[in-house]
Design a protein around this ligand. Structure first.
Ligand code: ATP
Ligand code: MG
Length: 477
């Protein structure tokens, strides 16, 4: 007994999971990109700040300024004790240069921005600039001016020291600030790493779930496929068994039936002397008619089961279609005449030959033409036409002006034993196997059958053989 699987068991839907995984990847990539942008900006700002407040420059400028002041003092002392005056002037100029550097150089921002340094510079700067006049007087020989310069310079020592100390203090503060920023940066980095890892873990988890679900679905699908395959094999086996049984039964039935028909025929013909009572002759006619009906039914069942069991092999030949149609018309001519139905040939003078099984082609034609005769009342007509199609195929058409069928009937006529108008069909005789057999036979020839019909407006049945079976002759259409 095969297991039963409901498709609903396959949970969750792989499509939905794939969508979720895609969204997850997008979020992950988006987050990583956003974090990278934030960090890069942060680093950039930090770097710029660092460059701007390069404290080496700041301290260097301050220290140089103070050193220059000391060098100026030494050369002043030397000048006071008879040393070179131009040397003193040179040191004073250098001192002014250092002052200028502090006021306008790279580090000027820092000096201007720190109030404690500003206070000191406002004191130092006018004093230093003011020395130029006294220097000139000292150079002109005014020794008192030189002494005064020395006093003033000494008075600024403490301010210069404060300036350096102030600059150092600012440097220390900046350093603290940088350290704080750096630790902030580390925090951001660690947070970003944690978030990224969490996302990666989440993604991996979702991926694993999806894989598990897909595996599950795959396994169930495999099991279902195996079950279906098993069911198909069993159904095929059952169908083959049924067809074999039918074929065997039909065969077994035909042998005694032929004997019944043969003996009844002998009796009907009175081969061994006449039958005493005239009523027996009627009964014998009845036996022959019923027997023939049974025989044709058995033959149909046999054909049908042979086709279904795949045991009907085509014995193919290049046939003359016109001849095949004419032979079929000859066979049904008497019946049509007896019913008062006209058979019209609408065939071209020449037709290409057709690669087909002669017996089966005749059977198809007879099935269609006998249906047309059966379901066309007296006075009606049947037209048989044939033509080569534009795609190179060949069509044989049987059109009648008979009772026709409703759409509902038309849909079911290819089901075995289904008879559209069952009452009329029973009256007309038959078993409902003619069209199903015809369809299987034309399909064996790689062709198709088309049926169109309207109630009370006649029926058209068309057999279509593919171009591969049509053998065009020189001079043909
Ligand atoms: N030309 C037609 N006009 C009207 N109805 C038709 C025509 N051909 C077939 N049918 C309908 O289709 C049904 C099935 O046709 P099919 O040939 O298979 O069976 P049947 O003729 O009844 O019996 P069987 O062919 O086995 O002797 C018929 O019973 C009939 O109702
Ligand atoms: Mg029929």
């Amino acid at each position: 007994m095969p297991r039963r699987f409901s498709p609903l068991h396959i949970q969750p839907q792989p499509d939905a999971l794939a969508g979720a995984a895609r969204r997850f990847v997008l979020v992950l990539v988006g987050t990583v990109v956003a974090l990278s942008v934030v960090l890069a900006t942060y680093f950039y700002i930090q770097q710029r700040e660092y460059n701007r407040f390069s404290f080496q420059n700041v301290i260097w400028d301050g220290v140089q300024f103070r050193n220059e002041h000391q060098a100026y003092r030494i050369s002043l002392l030397e000048a006071l004790s008879g040393g070179s005056l131009p040397d003193l002037q040179q040191h004073y100029d250098l001192l002014l240069g250092r002052l200028q550097q502090i006021e306008t150089g790279q580090a000027a921002d820092i000096y201007r921005g720190a109030p404690e340094l500003q206070v000191l510079l406002q004191k130092i700067e006018p004093a230093v600039r003011g020395w130029s006049g006294r220097l000139a007087a000292f150079a002109a020989g005014d020794r008192a001016a030189g002494q005064m310069l020395l006093t003033q310079s000494q008075a600024l020592d403490a301010d210069f020291d404060s300036l350096i100390a102030g600059v150092n203090a600012i440097g220390v503060r900046r350093l603290e600030l940088s350290r704080e920023r750096l630790s902030g940066l580390y925090t951001v980095l660690i947070a970003a790493a944690i978030v990224t890892w969490l996302l990666v873990l989440g993604f991996a988890y979702a991926l694993m779930r999806q894989l598990r679900a897909t595996e599950l679905a795959h396994t169930e699908l495999q099991a279902m496929t195996a079950d279906l395959e098993q069911a198909r094999r069993e159904a095929e086996e059952a169908s083959r068994t049924k067809s074999n049984f039918l074929a065997a039964m039909s065969h077994e039935l035909r042998t005694p039936l032929n004997a019944v028909l043969g003996f009844a025929d002998i009796m009907r013909q009175g081969l061994f002397g006449p039958i005493g009572n005239a009523r027996y002759a009627d009964y014998i006619d009845g036996i022959v008619k019923s027997g023939q009906h049974l025989l044709s039914l058995i033959n149909d069942v046999l054909d049908m089961s042979r086709v279904e069991a795949g045991k009907l092999d085509l014995s193919e030949d290049e046939l003359d279609v016109l001849q095949a149609v004419d032979e079929a018309l000859d066979l049904v001519g008497v019946t049509a005449d007896g019913k008062g139905v006209a058979l019209q040939r609408a065939l071209p003078a020449v037709l290409p030959r057709l690669l087909a099984d002669e017996r089966l082609l005749r059977q198809m034609l007879l099935n269609l033409i006998s249906n047309a005769i059966k379901f066309t009342p007296e006075g009606g007509s049947i037209e048989i036409a044939a033509a080569v199609l534009t795609d190179g195929g060949l069509a044989i058409r049987v059109r009648d002006t008979g009772v026709g069928m409703t759409d509902h009937q038309l849909k079911r006529v290819f089901e075995p034993f289904s008879q559209g108008d069952s009452l009329r069909a029973r009256e007309a005789g038959g078993s409902g196997l003619g069209l199903p057999i015809t369809r299987r036979l034309i399909e064996l020839h790689d062709g198709q059958i088309h049926l169109s019909s309207r109630k009370s407006a006649g029926t058209t049945a068309t057999l279509i053989f593919p171009a591969t079976r049509v053998r065009l002759l020189a001079g043909a259409i």
